[in-house]
Design a protein around this ligand. Structure first.
Ligand code: TXA
Ligand code: MG
Length: 332
């Protein structure tokens, strides 16, 4: 176990093409040098990750990150300006040939993470590929303990930076077409993206039927839910994800909690007449649910409960990303 202050030790491991679990502002990542085939092959082996699922490359600074792409559209630069460092990954036409990172695609996903110490590390090691530091298919880790639970004995070090600030994986935006397409909703919401583009570009013009105009800096992002093409382009969405061992069942607001041994995750008090539950976890804001969701999934598994009931958050803002993870966890 290392801490973020031990930059020398962490850098030495990475420079020797080892892989290290480390905290970002979203979730813990399993990092290895992106330019090194050996390091990246280790990441896939340790995680037991399907080889066709490409990795996000983490870079020290925005200019260096965008330099990994070719013909980067101006609106993608606006997104980088607005949200980096931060929980946004941009998929670009790749200027590098790192097939081991790209999963056989001509594109590369890049992001500049928020923690200062991590960008300092990146400035020393160069770009680091880092998927979430869980075994493939398990919930993403948001503490060093979660990383150990999944990967102990398989990696030389975990950097303990405490619980992650955000708790949900970054928003992934495809920047290879005429307009931004959200491949994976996340902490940078569709509203935030539209707002950043509207303030950066020409005023947004609506088509006659009320749909957003296409192209240009002011274009509104299109979500993957509306775009089967986008779904096919995001290889990670085909694989099972975010699943605890317990069955996840989503409940509507006001719906009674079924009888039986369970964890209940709810925004406030349970409806009157709810059965006494083994475990109740409450959240007061979507941010609090995001921060705790994966830890609660793991806690439920640890306690051996067979089912987790989760009241659906509203499908707006961060709620879109939460519902995306919850619906996948529920197997919808
Ligand atoms: O917050 C995060 O993004 C965390 C931290 C560690 O940075 N990383 C993370 O990585 O969640 P991972 O590997 O668990 O998820 C990466 C997602 C996958 O859905 C993958 O398919 C997609 O990004 N992705 C990566 N490269 C891509 C590309 N070139 N084209 C399309 N999708 C890509
Ligand atoms: Mg992952």
């Amino acid at each position: 176990m290392l801490t973020p202050t031990q930059l020398e030790e962490i850098a030495a491991l990475l420079e020797a093409d080892q892989v290290v679990a480390l905290p970002t502002e979203t979730v813990y990542g399993l990092a290895g040098r992106a330019a090194s085939r050996a390091a990246v092959e280790r990441i896939f082996a340790v995680k037991e990750r399907p080889g066709d699922n490409p990795l996000i490359v983490h870079v020290a600074a925005p200019e260096a990150a965008l330099a990994l792409g070719r013909s980067v559209p101006p609106w993608a630069r606006h997104l980088a300006d607005a949200f980096w460092p931060g929980p946004l990954s941009l998929v670009l036409e790749s200027a590098v040939e790192w097939p081991w990172v790209q999963g056989g695609h001509p594109t590369v996903a890049v992001r500049v993470p928020r923690p200062d110490w991590l960008r300092e590390l990146l400035a020393r090691t160069g770009p680091l590929a880092a998927p979430s530091a869980n075994r493939s298919g398990r919930p993403s880790p948001t503490t060093a303990g979660h990383c150990l639970a999944d990967l102990a004995g398989r990696i030389p070090a975990v950097v303990d930076g405490g619980p992650c600030e955000g708790g949900l994986e970054s928003t992934v935006v495809d920047c290879t077409g005429p307009e931004p397409v959200i491949l994976r909703p996340g902490p940078v919401t569709a509203e935030m993206i539209a707002g950043a583009l509207a303030s950066a570009g020409p005023p947004r013009v609506e088509e006659e039927d009320g749909s957003p105009a296409r192209g240009g800096a002011g274009a509104a992002p299109v979500t993957a839910a509306h775009s089967p093409v986008a779904r096919a382009a995001s290889p990670g969405t085909r694989h099972p994800h975010y699943r605890p061992r317990a069955r996840v069942v989503l409940l509507e607001e006001g719906q009674p909690v079924p009888e039986g041994h369970a964890m209940v995750i709810a925004p406030g008090d349970l409806p009157p007449g709810s059965p006494p539950q083994t475990l109740v976890r409450r959240w007061e804001s979507p941010e609090a649910l995001a921060r705790n969701l994966y830890a609660w999934f793991r806690e439920a598994d640890h306690a051996g409960v067979p089912v987790i009931y989760v009241y659906r958050p509203a499908r707006t803002g961060l709620g879109v990303a939460l519902l995306n993870r919850l619906e996948k966890a529920a197997g919808d």
